[in-house]
Design a protein around this ligand. Structure first.
Ligand SMILES: Cc1cc2nc3c(=O)[nH]c(=O)nc-3n(C[C@H](O)[C@H](O)[C@H](O)COP(=O)(O)OP(=O)(O)OC[C@H]3O[C@@H](n4cnc5c(N)ncnc54)[C@H](O)[C@@H]3O)c2cc1C
Length: 368
């Protein structure tokens, strides 16, 4: 993102919540700029997405950045698949920052076992009814609409799930904030749907296309997560380097201790690896929604963030425990290994594609 483009963000305090950041991004036209068609219909421009996530990460809390990331990468592109006037109007309001949008896939059941979800949609000829509960959803307490992944049939078959656009003020919708100081600024919470009746025009996309649509759009969230992870690690390493270089030790500073420099350098290697991986795979994910590439990015981002924040946390010593310090950030950043697909789940996806991944690593055949 060009420097002048981030000026609207500088007007906000660093303590701004996710919904405040979203409103500022929308007012400045920065949300629409992330998409190739300027309207979320044809997916993200990876360079612009990385630029915006980096700008938000540099200024606001991890929770506020999470709020923006989920919406930019997944919720808005998913909503843009809707063709009805209600979907179009909701998208317009989200693009302009006048409304936030929650993507409610995780249910009361294990999030890593998505096809076990219980939230149900009953479809009639001209109406539908949603009943169920979604837990740990970013933007819940501020959302104007929920994109709800529901089942229209019992069983786990991949065609049994459908997305429904549920207005937060519809009778039967109840939200409550998650009991989490770490993620309050993301608007994280739980939402229940008690026989919420809506017009059939609130079905998003085609009935039975819920899971394929989810797979397509969660891929972009995994790309966004890896881009954001690079920005976060770079920021933390920059701060840590400054801290070490300014902290007197013996005749020099902590930065002059070989053991410290080597641990720091190992972090640089990890971030450069992730950065290179993002560069190599971003187009595949952004333009082709490649699930293996997306899983690779997610599987690399979680452990990289954990390694860098744990190492830097140690190198900050007692100062790391200050309010708002690196140890707090480290606890929040553990989300990189869980949200949007736990490390173990994406490693499973990658293992499923082992043969094609290995084939892609073959050297060019120069023997002929
Ligand atoms: C702050 C925050 C914001 C969130 N925002 C959203 C949102 O906007 N929308 C949304 O839909 N969801 C959201 N989530 C939910 C998130 O996507 C889930 O937490 C995630 O999918 C994991 O599900 P779970 O927490 O139910 O973990 P569980 O399914 O209970 O799994 C717990 C742990 O068990 C282990 N495990 C699970 N399966 C396997 C396996 N196959 N092999 C080995 N180990 C395994 C892993 O270590 C895993 O972390 C959010 C969560 C948080 C904390």
């Amino acid at each position: 993102m060009p420097e002048h483009g981030s000026a609207p963000l500088d007007a906000l305090p660093p303590t701004a919540s996710g919904s405040q950041v979203w409103a500022a991004l929308g007012r400045a036209g920065l949300i629409a700029e992330v998409y190739r068609d300027g309207a979320a219909g044809t997916g993200v421009d990876p360079g612009r997405l990385a630029g915006l996530l980096g700008a938000v990460d540099a200024r606001f809390s991890l929770a506020a950045t999470l709020s923006a990331s989920v919406q930019l990468a997944t919720a808005l592109p998913l909503l843009a698949t809707g063709r009805t006037p209600v979907a179009r109007q909701a998208l317009e309001r989200a693009l302009s920052g006048r409304a936030t949008l929650a993507l409610a896939a995780t249910d009361v059941t294990a999030g890593t076992d998505l096809t076990a979800l219980r939230t149900e949609v009953r479809l009639d000829d001209d109406a539908l009814e949603v009943t169920g509960e979604k837990n740990w959803i970013a933007n819940t307490v501020t959302a104007e609409h929920f994109l709800v992944l529901a089942r229209h049939r019992p069983g786990r078959h991949f065609t049994h799930f459908t997305w429904v656009l549920v207005p937060a003020d519809a009778p039967g919708v109840t939200v409550r904030p998650a009991d989490s100081a770490l993620f309050a600024d993301s608007g994280a919470g739980h939402v229940t749907f008690d026989r919420v009746r809506l017009g059939r025009d609130h079905v998003l996309g085609r009935t039975g296309f819920g899971l394929p649509l989810f797979a397509r759009h969660i891929a972009t969230e995994r790309l966004a997560g890896a881009q954001w992870a690079v920005a976060l690690c770079r920021r933390v390493l920059t701060d840590t380097h400054r801290h070490l270089a300014g902290r007197a030790h013996g005749d020099g500073t902590l930065w002059h201790l070989d053991a410290v420099r080597q641990r720091f350098a190992a972090c640089l290697v990890r971030v450069r690896e992730l950065h290179a991986l993002v560069g190599a795979l971003a187009k595949e994910v952004a333009e082709h929604h490649d699930t293996t590439a997306a899983a690779t990015l997610k599987a690399a981002a979680g452990p990289t963030v954990q390694h860098v924040l744990t190492t830097c946390g140690q190198l900050w010593g007692a100062a790391g425990f200050a309010t708002g310090g690196i140890q707090e950030l480290r606890a929040q950043a553990a989300l990189f290994g869980i949200g949007g697909g736990a490390d173990e789940v994406v490693l499973g996806t990658l293992a499923d594609a082992a043969e094609s991944v290995l084939a892609g690593l073959a050297p060019p055949d120069t023997a002929r």
